[in-house]
Write a protein that binds this ligand. Structure first.
Ligand SMILES: [Zn+2]
Length: 312
């Protein structure tokens, strides 16, 4: 801890660097390289930890969705409320990738579905990560030592499939469920695969309807992270989606979600994974939920969390 005390004593010069006091600045220049090497993100820093925690994040903290005419919609309100639930590793101290872990456990299988069909479902679930990996990184800034560079940890998704009762490979304790049908039953106005209550994949094996494809899985997985549809459910009026930034402030960008579950064409300029069938385009706002979750997990005002969007 003695070393860390020296770092703390030196860190006051960070502030003088910002103040541009010439005498302090000169002294600081002499100390700077030593400081960076020994004091930035130092393993001696008692606040610096590796985190491995369960995230429970209400979608109310992730985005706002409301009718374009400003009125309240029961359809949107119903769909606005679920809890994103997963396990998240933030190895801030050991400086490795952030990992979001989610397992989908097969809980119900309609009679007549073959093992080969189940294997097909498993393969699609294991491919979801290929769509989401490589898009985002977590940037953590130590606001108490202003001269240290932020630390940047790529965000990786570890999404597993498990049979009922199977030991879960990634150690996650709260698996999501899969209910598998030949053709999914009617649910409200729709009869297609979806994520029920943010937690249960309602999937189908049918080949002709065209829903049993990777796109469906990558889209529904987004809902499990707390990301909303970029189309609206109201029959008469378009909706607006606005996201909260990792710092908790509502972003100004307003996405128009077309009424009556009307999607965009895959090649439309405003098409993305949440409004256009077969579009794998992910936008920066769809990673902010991870920044909000990271802030909640780290739970230390000293560290500011941002999301770097790399896209791909
Ligand atoms: Zn959706």
């Amino acid at each position: 801890m003695e070393k860390w005390q020296q770092c703390k004593d030196l860190s006051k010069f960070c502030r003088t660097e910002n103040n541009k006091d010439p005498n302090a600045l000169q002294q600081w220049q002499q100390e700077r390289s030593k400081f960076s090497a020994e004091c930035c993100w130092s393993i001696n820093d008692p606040d610096l930890k590796d985190y491995d925690k369960e995230v429970r994040l209400s979608t109310h903290d992730i985005y706002k969705k409301y009718l374009e005419n400003g009125k309240f919609s029961y359809a949107e309100a119903d769909n606005n409320a679920w809890t994103a639930h997963y396990r998240m590793l933030i190895p801030l101290k050991s400086k490795r990738n952030v990992i979001i872990k989610m397992t989908f456990e097969l809980s119900t299988v309609e009679k007549g579905i073959t093992n080969q069909e189940i294997e097909g479902i498993k393969q699609l679930i294991l491919q979801i990560k290929n769509i989401w990996n490589g898009n985002f990184a977590l940037k953590v800034t130590d606001t108490s030592i202003t001269c240290c560079n932020p630390i940047i940890l790529p965000i990786e998704f570890d999404i597993q499939f498990a049979y009922k009762g199977e030991k879960i490979a990634n150690g996650e304790k709260n698996p999501h469920k899969i209910k598998l049908y030949k053709i999914v039953p009617q649910s409200g106005a729709v009869k297609r695969p979806h994520l029920e209550a943010g937690k249960t994949f309602i999937l189908e094996t049918d080949k002709d309807r065209g829903f049993n494809v990777l796109y469906t899985y990558a889209h529904e997985f987004a809902h499990a992270l707390g990301i909303p549809d970029h189309y609206g459910y109201d029959e008469k009026t378009n909706s607006i989606v606005q996201y909260y930034q990792p710092n908790g402030k509502l972003d100004d960008t307003r996405f128009v979600a077309l009424k009556n579950s009307q999607g965009r064409d895959k090649d439309a300029p405003d098409a993305d994974i949440m409004n256009a069938f077969n579009s794998y385009k992910i936008i920066k706002q769809q990673g902010w939920n991870i920044g909000i979750a990271a802030k909640k997990i780290i739970n230390n005002k000293r560290y500011q969390c941002d999301i770097i969007f790399k896209g791909k």
